[in-house]
Ligand binder design. Structure first.
Ligand SMILES: NC(=O)c1ccc[n+]([C@@H]2O[C@H](COP(=O)([O-])OP(=O)(O)OC[C@H]3O[C@@H](n4cnc5c(N)ncnc54)[C@H](OP(=O)(O)O)[C@@H]3O)[C@@H](O)[C@H]2O)c1
Length: 270
């Protein structure tokens, strides 16, 4: 039984994963801003915890609450994130910074807070939810991909640093997963392009995203929850789990095709 802190537990992948891990017998602290959405999971033993990953005090309070209660954190699952889609010309630098605050710096601060407790017990797992979008780029997702590419480098570097303390770092790289993520990204894309040069293209791309994320062609969050479970329960987890709709073939094509061919595929994907 592990003590687990899981961010982004109010929706999608995080919500499903909290349920799966709690049912396996782990003690799961499910964190998010919309704490009311996590209350349903209490029946499985999940402990809701209020957390805004962009707020230093909120991060400190969440970690301190768990340490006070259980004295340790064995597994940190950094899952909270969103897609700030929009043309580079249209997305303000302020919004780009917010995207990095949520998808990278908040995650990094939380990791910094948790590592001393993992070092003390000479054991820990940090599981970072990246994306296939950390290894390839979709249309009009510059800032989102910038955060996920950064997370890939950050995680590879961290893994080398903390190995000596018995801590492992694992990247989960989901493909298309049916959650609110795509609808939020589509809204951001459409909103950012209003009245500008990219409005028409953005509208079309956003409509494609909505169609994709409302259909049943995407993988279910359970696919990712199972990979996360493996990363926790295996004695020696893989460093990367590339999994879910489109992930393996798209990363393969991105590796073997000339860049402009791949651009064409991604631009016309939706
Ligand atoms: N769905 C996909 O196709 C897909 C593919 C590849 C990677 N991913 C990644 O998977 C992760 C989970 O996404 P999802 O698909 O499950 O999307 P989702 O259903 O929209 O869930 C996102 C979660 O992140 C939390 N969050 C957002 N901003 C936050 C903040 N400032 N502080 C704390 N929590 C915050 C949300 O909680 P609150 O709003 O309640 O705080 C929510 O629980 C993300 O990192 C995403 O980039 C998703």
């Amino acid at each position: 039984m592990k003590i687990i802190l899981l961010t982004g537990a109010s929706s999608g992948i995080g919500y499903q994963t909290a349920e799966v891990l709690a049912k396996e017998g782990h003690k799961v602290y499910g964190a998010a801003r919309r704490i009311e959405k996590i209350k349903e999971l209490k029946k499985f033993g999940v402990v809701p915890i209020k957390l805004d990953v962009t707020d230093e005090k909120s991060i400190e309070d969440a970690v301190n609450q768990i340490i006070k209660q259980d004295g340790k954190i064995d597994v940190l699952i950094n899952n909270a994130g969103y897609g700030s889609y929009g043309a580079v010309e249209d997305v303000s630098i302020e919004e780009a910074k917010r995207q990095f605050e949520v998808n990278l710096f908040g995650l990094a601060r939380l990791t910094q807070m948790v590592l001393p407790y993992m070092r003390k017990q000479n054991y820990g797992r940090v599981i970072n939810i990246s994306s296939m979008g950390g290894r390839l780029t979709s249309f009009m997702g510059a800032w989102y991909h910038a955060t996920k590419y950064a997370l890939e480098g950050f995680s590879d570097a961290l893994r080398m640093e903390v190995k000596q303390f018995g801590i492992d770092v694992v990247l989960i790289e989901p493909g298309g997963i049916k959650t609110d993520w795509g609808l939020i990204a589509a809204d951001n894309l459409e909103h950012s392009s209003k009245g500008g040069a990219y409005e028409e293209t953005a509208k079309k791309a956003a409509a494609g995203m909505r169609k994709q994320y409302s259909s049943n062609m995407l993988s279910k969050p359970m696919v990712i929850s199972k990979a996360i479970s493996k990363a926790i329960n295996r004695r020696r987890p893989k460093t990367r789990y590339l999994i879910g709709m489109g992930a393996k073939p798209l990363v393969f094509f991105h590796t073997v095709l000339p860049n402009r061919w791949f651009d064409f595929i991604m631009k016309n994907a939706s």
